[in-house]
Write a protein that binds this ligand. Structure first.
Ligand SMILES: [Zn+2]
Length: 167
């Protein structure tokens, strides 16, 4: 049996209310609920990230974060949106998926020096470990996520085994 549960002492920020919930050793993060609002800590869907929520999810939550910087007028962003959403369900609880609306969150877009969209930024331990610009298909995006995850050096949050291609 593969040990895929988080180590003791991991703290996860809630995608709904941003409260921090400590997880005990062996606790299934995917089934765990927020200590404050009772919502699921992992919903299988990307969360909307704002400047106000930024610190809880990048500075205090012990889960790598991938951010999709997008805008409503951006065609490639809309093409990639369902891909990003499907991979959120696949990679949680190893990675938290978030979306930043660059029109509404200019402060964050400036902070990240976003010059084109879509841009994906992968953050772990307060630092950006990977970044890529341009829309990607599911296969490329999945490979990029595994790559970024392998750079987090946190063996306890090792990526799930890739699903074999169905014949
Ligand atoms: Zn909550």
């Amino acid at each position: 049996m593969t040990q895929s549960t988080p180590r003791a002492g991991r703290t996860i920020a809630c995608p709904t209310c941003d409260a921090l919930t400590p997880l005990s050793s062996g606790e299934d993060a995917k089934a765990a609920c927020c200590a404050a609002c009772g919502g699921q800590l992992f919903t299988g869907r990307p969360m909307a990230l704002t400047a106000a929520r930024f610190d809880a999810h990048t500075g205090q939550s012990d889960v790598p974060l991938v951010i999709d910087f997008w805008a409503d007028w951006c065609g490639p962003c809309k093409t990639m949106a369902p891909v990003f959403e499907a991979l959120a369900a696949e990679f949680e609880p190893h990675i938290r998926f978030a979306k930043v609306d660059t029109d509404a969150e200019r402060e964050l877009a400036t902070y990240f020096r976003i010059s084109s969209i879509p841009t994906l930024s992968f953050i772990h331990d307060h630092r950006e470990v990977a970044r890529v610009a341009g829309a990607m298909f599911a296969g490329d995006l999945r490979r990029w996520l595994y790559d970024a995850l392998s750079q987090t050096e946190d063996k306890e949050t090792a990526a799930p085994e890739p699903e074999p291609e169905t014949p």
